[in-house]
Design a protein around this ligand. Structure first.
Ligand code: GLA
Length: 543
């Protein structure tokens, strides 16, 4: 009997010991980027109960709702001023049953409903030839308007523009934070908050919003689409943990060529952008509906990690972007190869650059099938403006090159720069800039770093599979002697002093030896006292 007990206990221990360490569960702990439809891009202010409910019905009848497109977002154009009591007046010619009726209708169909306002006094339609939206912005009415929209009417999403905020010259961080606090005061705790400020506002936005617009308005124009895709290539560190760069509405079904629509959809999905359709759903080509419903691209966008993808290989105007899927540093990655140039290209996609060793499985997200070959590199011929999208699986390598485009630039904001260029305002505080340059690895570098306490940059996901000594090599440029401090996992490792390449566009490498821990490490570059060199990328090598 005693022997028996011993055997049972020993067997149980053996089973326990042999059970592999549990992997991260494949459930998410935050909301994915929203998917839905918005009234602005096609209808502008010509909206009504009939239009909105008609589009809600179309989301369902076209199978888009089943594919995940659930939000029906009303944009600018439903108001008729503000009453003496301070309450927004609804345009009852357009919305005879009021705004609650629309949210109720959407909810009755299993959909969600979205609202729109402005951080300042007027909405953006106030700038139209025929002004609209005067005096209906949130400024001075933050709490009452939010309670009305989310508790009384029951809406689920809130896009807040900034035309009125700019008109009043408000401090954007303060005003958008005040609005976030007003939303938090509502009983409805499920309001998804989108800041629409047309450039990356600053890292403060990550703490207060679920998503934020990163660029000017999209429209059916290839150069515009290309600019939006490229600007988001260097904002990847700010998407994550349920907070997303918003690349603006999808203009699929509005006149782009099919190959441009493939690029549009693939690039939004690899960057985990919200997917909000902007067209008239009752009037778009069948192929556009199919692109929107592509289950593999939707899975890429809605992946539980919710991260964005840096560029890992570039040839001319062709960019290869890659991100982990399902598990950080796991065996599966999403890859998009976008030919943003005007010529057909043939590119050999390098499996090592994608983060794999040896042979890989390549699944085509447009054809929904595996590619026949499994090799160290795979060749693609891509038409101008077209893209390919894949899931690639295989044995992973430790990533060796980290671009500055994927670093978290703590003081990064594009507001100063935009305002400086548009209004010739002086810079209040120097903030870092990302510049495009053919001499920079993958096309971009960072400048105006350092000089004050908060102006540092950090690579937060430096993964090594073995602990030990590593050589870090930083590619930098500066025309006079500058310093920077390298910190590893919060501890200061070294001061790199008197760095000087003699010219702003002359790149050189500087190396240091550091100890890295197995798993993810954080590497910070800083200099609170004076300007740092410009930075292009960092290479990590086991010693
Ligand atoms: C701004 C926004 C658009 C739309 C309009 C409405 O231009 O960027 O997406 O909301 O305002 O007036």
């Amino acid at each position: 009997m005693r022997n028996h007990l011993f055997l049972i206990v020993a067997a149980a221990l053996l089973v326990f010991a042999c059970t592999p360490k549990q992997e991260e569960p494949l459930t998410r702990d935050f909301d994915p980027p929203i998917m839905g439809w918005s009234s602005w891009n096609h209808f502008h202010t010509d909206i009504s109960e009939e239009v909105i409910c008609g589009q809600a019905d179309a989301l369902i009848s076209l199978g888009l709702a089943d594919a995940g497109y659930k939000y029906v977002n009303i944009d600018d154009g439903f108001t008729d001023g503000r009453g003496a009591d301070g309450r927004i007046i609804i345009d009852t010619v357009k919305f005879p049953n009021g705004m609650k009726a629309i949210a109720d209708y959407c909810h009755s169909k299993g959909l969600k409903a979205g609202m729109y306002s402005d951080a300042g006094d007027n909405t953006c339609a106030s700038l139209n030839v025929k002004p609209y939206g005067l005096g209906v912005g949130l400024y001075g009415h933050e709490v009452e308007d939010c309670k009305m929209m989310f508790d009384e009417w029951g809406y689920d999403f809130f896009k807040v523009d900034n035309c009125g905020g700019r008109h009043l010259d408000l401090n954007e961080q303060e005003q958008f934070t005040k609005i976030a606090e007003a939303i938090a005061q509502c009983e409805n705790k499920n309001v998804n908050f989108n800041v629409c400020r047309w450039v990356f506002p600053g890292t403060w936005v990550i703490d207060i919003a679920d998503s934020w617009r990163t660029t000017h308005d999209i429209w059916v124009n290839w150069e515009t689409l290309k600019t939006i895709i490229k600007e988001n290539m260097y904002l990847v560190a700010y998407t994550g943990n349920g907070h997303y760069n918003d690349m603006d509405m999808l203009e699929i079904g509005m006149g782009f060529k099919p190959e441009e629509e493939r690029t549009h959809m693939a690039c939004w999905c690899i960057q985990s952008s919200p997917l909000v359709v902007g067209c008239d759903l009752n009037n778009m080509p069948d192929y556009s509906i199919e692109f929107l419903k592509n289950p593999d691209l939707i899975a890429m966008d809605q992946d539980r990690l919710g991260i964005a993808a840096p560029v890992v290989q570039k040839e001319g105007e062709t960019y290869v972007m890659a991100k982990d899927m399902e598990r950080r540093n796991g065996p599966k990655r999403a890859v998009v190869v976008a030919n943003l140039g005007d010529e057909e290209i043939t590119i050999n996609v390098d499996v090592t650059a994608l983060g794999f060793k040896g042979k890989v499985d390549v699944y085509d997200c447009f054809k929904h099938e595996n590619r026949p070959e499994l090799s160290d590199a795979f060749s693609l011929t891509i038409a101008p403006h077209d893209s390919e999208a894949f899931f690639v699986s295989g044995k992973r390598t430790d990533k060796s090159v980290y671009q500055v485009e994927e670093a978290f630039l703590n003081a990064y904001t594009e507001i100063n720069e935009q305002d400086y260029e548009a209004y010739r305002r002086p810079y209040e505080i120097p903030s870092p800039r990302i510049r495009e340059s053919a001499a920079a690895d993958m096309g971009f570098y960072a400048t105006e770093l350092g000089g004050w306490e908060e102006n540092w940059l950090e690579w937060r996901n430096v993964y090594v599979s073995k602990a030990g000594d590593y050589a870090l090599s930083f590619r930098y440029a500066c025309k006079d002697a500058r310093n920077m401090v390298v910190s590893v996992n919060g501890a200061e490792a070294s001061l790199l002093g008197s760095l000087n390449t003699g010219s702003d566009l002359e790149w050189q490498d500087v190396n240091i030896k550091v100890k890295l821990e197995k798993g993810f490490n954080t590497i910070r570059l800083s200099n609170p006292a004076s300007q740092m060199p410009d930075i292009d990328c960092m290479t990590v090598k086991k010693m």
